[in-house]
Write a protein that binds this ligand. Structure first.
Ligand code: AMP
Length: 500
């Protein structure tokens, strides 16, 4: 899928949320709608739902936030007790309807709906092959490529085999919810790059990008969908089947989901995101703590990090020695007030607007910072816009020293698999040292977290994480980029039905 905006290199950048439900009798549209609300942080450009009523497929996809994309009548017209939903990341340009999701289509083999989070890296190759075989495409998106490949396989084989052979053909990052007529499927790529989880409702089952969506529906999280696994929900909501279609020794879970993107109240790959962020904050203190009067988060993204950092600072001093009982550590305080009605600064199309947006969004609380030495904690630095503005704001409000601690390693390279990270040219750490960045943002000191600390906080090994944005080496074959492992990318000669 292409997204426009201010991206110079026009690379696909999908940052999305997906959901699917299968219920006993209740219409699926409203639960899907609520689940999309829970996933709104994963995409604000468009929202859509596809349902199936046992006879035919219904679809509504529109631009904007979930609350704007649907009216009451839209939900009523989405008949049926099974369906999928999607929220898509914002771009500055006009919404290309053909790229909005869920992608829905009817083939000889039945109707299909697809919601996709992630990006394929061999979509062009598979599209060319399918086009040569007579498939006509309505978009240049990779989701349609998956739909056509699946439809072709479904002409010849059952659902599970068809999905398996599509998985053997596509390469890249994908967490998908799919409807094939009234059957809902969940599918996660063999590396488990993007999250996907399975939950139980009173009257059915749900598959969603994040467990917060299951909570919103009053459901219980069963578990993560495993890398390489297909989950097939019974159309009557009575159960599900699991098929491990691809076995893989290693994973490539995106660490940045835990650092920034996912909701802190979600459980991803068995870890509660909030607790991971607090642990990252603790590691940050252990690695580069600095004694200041006060530590404060950049709301909301820095909050959990700062609380972990302050907790660790209460136990040991900056040299790692236990604190004497009469020494308090560092005061944790809110020093920045956020205007919650201003959207993410990232969606502002120009640098000038982004700078203004930080001031619109955050205002210092003078009593926290005036006359004090201050540590500001944020999860990440991307372009450096937020940090530069904040350091200036906090100094203007009277801080004597401003130190910056970041709960992730420097972001040096773009993300090709689902998170909008700006282009390489825009990334402040792509070609500057930490000392240079410190000077650019105007802080008294700046430290990032190490990659090893990230792996430790995630209780994972580096080899099982996607660290592309902080190493420049990726777990999938991306043209012109390095890989961090040996990759067995599919080819047109991939095994066929006869092989299983
Ligand atoms: P920047 O001002 O470009 O350095 O962006 C850093 C701020 O954006 C931090 O406060 C992060 O919480 C937030 N951020 C990090 N990654 C992203 C992303 N992919 N999309 C939107 N915001 C982000």
């Amino acid at each position: 899928m292409q997204s426009g905006g201010d991206h110079a290199d026009d690379e696909p950048r999908e940052k999305c949320g997906v959901v699917g439900v299968s219920l006993a009798e209740r219409p699926a549209a409203r639960p899907l709608y609520y689940a999309l609300y829970a996933l709104q942080h994963r995409g604000q450009e468009s929202a859509g739902i596809v349902t199936h009523d046992g006879f035919q497929q219904h679809s509504h996809v529109a631009r904007g936030l979930v609350g704007d994309a649907f009216e009451a009548g839209d939900l009523e017209s989405l008949a049926g007790s099974t369906g999928i939903g999607h929220v898509r990341y914002p771009t500055a340009g006009s919404l290309d309807k053909s790229c909005a999701q869920p992608f829905s289509v009817s083939f000889k083999s039945g109707s299909l709906g697809l919601s996709h989070n992630g990006n394929l890296v061999n979509a062009d190759e598979v599209r060319a092959e399918l086009a040569a075989a007579g498939h006509a495409f309505t978009s240049d998106g990779d989701t349609e490529v998956i739909a056509h490949d699946l439809a072709r396989n479904l002409l010849e084989e059952d659902l599970v085999r068809a999905v398996k052979h599509t998985m053997q053909r596509i390469h890249g990052s994908y967490s998908l919810t799919i409807t094939h007529d009234d059957t809902v499927l969940g599918l996660r790529d063999p590396m488990g790059n993007r999250p996907l989880c399975l939950g139980e409702l009173e009257d059915g089952y749900v598959i969603a990008s994040e467990s917060a969506a299951i909570d919103t529906l009053d459901g219980d999280l069963i578990r993560d969908v495993r890398p390489g696994e297909l989950v097939v929900l019974e159309p009557d909501g009575s159960g599900y089947d699991s098929y491990q279609l691809v076995e893989n020794d290693a994973t490539a879970h995106c660490f940045f989901e835990h650092v920034y993107f996912a909701r802190p109240d979600s459980v991803i790959d068995d870890s509660l995101v909030y607790e991971v962020r607090r642990e990252l904050g603790r590691q940050l203190w252990a690695e580069s703590g600095v004694e200041t009067d006060v530590v404060m988060p950049v709301p909301d993204s820095g909050r959990a990090f700062a609380s972990g950092y302050a907790d660790a600072a209460a136990e040991t001093d900056a040299d790692g020695a236990p604190r004497p009982d009469d020494e308090a550590g560092i005061e944790f305080a809110e020093g920045l007030m956020k205007n919650r009605y201003v959207g993410r600064t990232f969606i502002m199309p120009t640098q000038d607007e982004r700078e203004r947006a930080v001031r619109l969004k955050l205002n210092p609380i003078r009593s926290t910072v005036e006359g004090k030495t201050v540590t500001i904690i944020d999860d990440s630095i991307v372009r450096g816009t937020t940090s530069t503005q904040l350091v200036e704001l906090v100094r203007e409000a009277g801080a004597e020293e401003v130190h910056l601690r970041i709960g992730a390693p420097p972001i040096v390279a773009p993300c090709y698999f689902g998170i909008d990270m700006a282009t390489r040219e825009e990334l402040i750490a792509a070609d500057a040292s930490t000392a240079e960045i410190r000077d650019t943002v105007g802080a008294d000191s700046l430290s990032y977290l190490s990659i090893d600390a990230v792996a430790a906080a995630l209780e994972s090994s580096r080899a099982d994480l996607c660290l592309g944005c902080v190493t420049g080496e990726y777990p999938f074959d991306v043209e012109g980029e390095e890989t961090d492992r040996s990759i067995d990318a599919p080819s047109p000669d991939a095994p066929t039905a006869a092989d299983d």
